[in-house]
Ligand binder design. Structure first.
Ligand SMILES: [Zn+2]
Length: 466
């Protein structure tokens, strides 16, 4: 009895503490949203505008001005389509979109993060009022091309340099002109949401690469393992089926290039929940990450000990209580790590800053983040991805004389058409580019995503050589 009362007391105290913490949290939240509302209400719009009157500029890697202040007014790129294509990265001075260069680098742009001596030194030269310039790794032309190709569909494209970790392009649609954001009008539904950095998508068949990786790294790995595919899963007769009579005898390499659901559904169960989740964790799935001061959304993976869930998870499609999501930028990072012999580079979007005297500082230094897979496994996966583009489902992504490695994905989403995905990269010393493309409701078999990726990579290669 005494014990029971003691337990009751303990839980009561715990409960009280929880209550106080919750109330405290709520008050904080309310306070925060109140001050945010005040900004949004427009009473601070004028003061925000004034604050940016002498702010530094934001330029892309080719010196294209994306945001700058002149005669006390903040300007954004005059080509409205280009301004839209980089909106979610650059942002605007009203800061209605969080997680942008304009918001996260405000202290740099306004020069408020300078130490006393540096500020004094600039003041002496009569240059103390201006902010510092921010130079990005982005090539805005490629973001523009990606946005043009996405056209009126919802989606995202990320292009990275897999040797340096630089973000070369990042675009999210729908988007809107910065002036509409400032006026807060004519904003399309989800138009301010940065899908490239913050979108959570089930990766679909792209995830088969991770299932393959779990298998390659498994102690039970057997290169002779194969499945006789009749287009029908032996684990779940209702879902993961393919059209037609299936792929026949399928080994790992063909299973990737032809994206065989039956093979990977069965392999997922064979590899097992623990190995699959451990492999995903080893790749950083489930962790958050940053691109300089911009915050990416954390990926997520969870699955019960259940063959049906596991077989679905193995083909990248969460069902029941299992969960699986990755962001476009994370998918591009994964592709880039395979391309870079297994080594993931730190992702960066800031190339350097320039102070009002023209002095450059904090120049980007490419840094290895960590090794995601060993060199041999990376080469193994790469071979399968090359085949997928040469003769498999990703064939739309190939172009000119370049060797492209890639993997398509199709994801069923409740209440809408399938999402189409593609991740891949160019195998070329001079063009070390990896890409992730997501087209919401883009159709099956990678649908529109693979050819779109091919177009963007071709454009990126050509625009560089010109
Ligand atoms: Zn099959």
């Amino acid at each position: 009895m005494k014990k029971l009362i003691f337990n009751l007391k303990v839980s009561l105290i715990l409960f009280l503490c929880l209550g106080i913490a919750l109330t405290g949290g709520l008050i904080m939240q309310q306070y925060r949203s109140k001050s945010r509302l005040a900004v949004a209400a427009g009473e601070n719009l004028i003061s925000l505008r004034q604050r940016y009157a002498q702010a530094g500029s934001v330029t892309d890697s080719s010196g294209e001005l994306l945001a700058w202040s002149e005669n006390g007014i903040r300007h954004y790129h005059q080509n409205s389509n280009l301004a839209k294509a980089v909106l979610h990265t650059v942002g605007d001075y009203t800061q209605r979109i969080d997680n942008t260069i304009e918001t996260r680098y405000q202290p740099v742009l306004l020069g408020t993060d300078r130490n006393f001596f540096h500020q004094f030194w600039l003041d002496v030269q009569g240059k103390g009022l201006g902010g510092d310039d921010v130079v990005l790794t982005l090539d805005s032309k490629i973001s523009l091309r990606a946005a043009e190709l996405l056209a009126n569909r919802r989606g995202a494209v990320v292009v990275i340099n897999y040797k340096t970790g630089e973000i070369i392009a990042s675009t999210s649609t729908p988007s809107v002109d910065p002036q509409s954001v400032i006026d807060y009008e004519n904003i399309p539904d989800t138009g301010l949401f940065n899908r490239a950095l913050r979108g959570s998508y089930a990766p679909g068949s792209v995830f088969k690469l991770i299932t393959a990786l779990a298998w390659l790294q498994s102690d039970d790995y057997d290169p002779e393992y194969h499945v006789d595919c009749h287009g029908e899963s032996t684990i779940d007769s209702d879902y993961a089926n393919e059209n037609g009579d299936g792929h026949g005898l399928v080994y790992l390499e063909d299973a990737i290039s032809r994206s065989c659901n039956v093979f990977f559904g069965e392999l997922g169960v064979k590899v097992g929940r623990e190995a699959l989740l451990n492999t995903a964790a080893g790749l950083g799935i489930g962790e958050g990450y940053n691109v300089d001061r911009l915050t990416g959304i954390s990926s997520f993976i969870e699955c019960e000990e259940d063959d049906l869930q596991l077989s679905w998870l193995a083909i990248g499609q969460p069902t029941g209580n299992s969960q699986l999501s990755m962001s476009p930028i994370e998918l591009a990072r994964f592709a880039g790590a395979i391309a870079n012999q297994g080594v993931l580079m730190e992702s960066h979007i800031i190339d350097h800053f320039t102070d009002p005297t023209g002095r450059e500082y904090r120049k980007l230094k490419p840094t290895e983040e960590r090794r995601l897979l060993n060199e041999r496994t990376a080469a193994n996966i790469e071979e399968m991805m090359i085949k997928a583009v040469k003769e498999g489902t990703g064939s739309g992504a190939g172009f000119d004389q370049y060797t492209i490695a890639g993997k398509t994905g199709t994801v069923q989403v409740v209440g809408q058409a399938n999402n189409a995905l593609f991740i891949g990269y160019i195998i070329d010393e001079d063009n070390p580019l990896a890409i992730a493309v997501i087209v919401e409701e883009g159709g099956s078999g990678g649908g529109t995503a693979a050819p779109l990726a091919g177009e963007i990579l071709r454009y990126a290669v050509n625009s560089k050589s010109n």
